[in-house]
Write a protein that binds this ligand. Structure first.
Ligand code: NAP
Length: 254
């Protein structure tokens, strides 16, 4: 990763934060992007205090003007963008599909799908010129199968999987790899409430053959791999990192 410039949206928390640390500790110059400046700056400062290279740029990925400003700032400062990790995302509380509000639908799709799409599009224009790039979209188990009461979230992650394939096939000629990492349950602020509830923690455990949720670093390691040249022949794929959840039910029937 030495000398590589990597943008990590959602880099202030959870999976994005772990990815920012992993990329920086492997030599990349990291750009942490999020809405909350205080949290994001803190992560960039922590990376620097550990000997890594990181800066923070405040941006809301659901706003095109923010994306354009962010990309312009990175190009002005570093002259190139080698890696983009689209980890910014939100999840609403469980809602029966018949009661999903327009607000839930719009916010979820605007951040999880539109945000990742336009960050990729704007960054790809830079990558196309340099004929090199790695884009990693953070999808979900729920792009593969669905859990009840999460229709808008499932739509955003299912859509992300498909646009990843479109980008991969169109941009392969420019030496740009585009892939999805699709985690199962990961211990982050997003899932804190569910995983701190004993009943739901046991549900997650019982549905997961490996018997536990993932730590964010276990997802970041796969993101690091896809961002590296070790993954140069992988594109348009979804790598599911779910402890075996989608492989089959872990409950043994006697
Ligand atoms: P998290 O800890 O809540 O982190 C979400 C990050 O996204 C924060 O840095 C947040 O910062 C940023 N963000 C949210 N909206 C944004 C916006 N409009 N513009 C810019 N940044 C924004 O969540 P996480 O669990 O790490 O989730 C990261 C990704 O993994 C998401 O796409 C999520 O859907 C996916 N995922 C998570 C799990 C899981 O079990 N945790 C499982 C599957 C997939 P600000 O709020 O300051 O903007």
């Amino acid at each position: 990763m030495n000398g590589k410039v990597a943008i990590v949206t959602g880099g202030s928390s959870g999976i994005g934060k772990a990815s920012a640390f992993r990329l920086a500790s492997n030599g990349a110059q990291v750009v942490v992007v999020s809405r909350n400046e205080e949290k994001g700056k803190k992560v960039a400062d922590e990376i620097c205090s550990e000997g890594g290279k990181a800066i923070y740029i405040q941006a809301d990925v659901s706003k095109l003007e923010d994306i354009d400003r962010m990309v312009e700032e990175v190009v002005n400062k570093f002259g190139r963008i080698d890696i983009l990790v689209n980890a910014a995302g939100i999840s609403f509380k469980s809602t029966p599909t018949e009661y999903v509000s327009e607000e839930e639908w719009d916010k979820t799709l605007n951040i999880n799908l539109k945000g990742a799409f336009f960050c990729s599009q704007r960054v790809a224009r830079v990558m196309i010129n340099q004929k090199y790039g790695k884009i990693i979209n953070v999808g979900s188990l729920q792009g593969e199968m669905v859990l009840p009461l999460r229709a808008a979230y499932a739509a955003s992650k299912g859509g992300l999987k498909q646009v990843t394939k479109s980008m991969a096939v169109e941009w392969a000629k420019y030496n740009i790899n585009v892939n999805v990492v699709a985690p199962g349950f990961v211990r982050t602020p997003m899932t804190e409430k569910v995983l701190n509830d004993e009943f739901w923690y046991n549900v997650v455990r019982s549905k997961t053959p490996l018997g536990r949720p993932a730590e964010p670093e276990e997802i970041a390691d796969v993101i690091l791999f896809l961002a590296s040249d070790a993954a140069s022949y992988i594109t348009g794929q979804t790598i599911v990192v779910d402890g075996g959840w989608t492989a089959g039910d872990a409950v043994e029937i006697k």
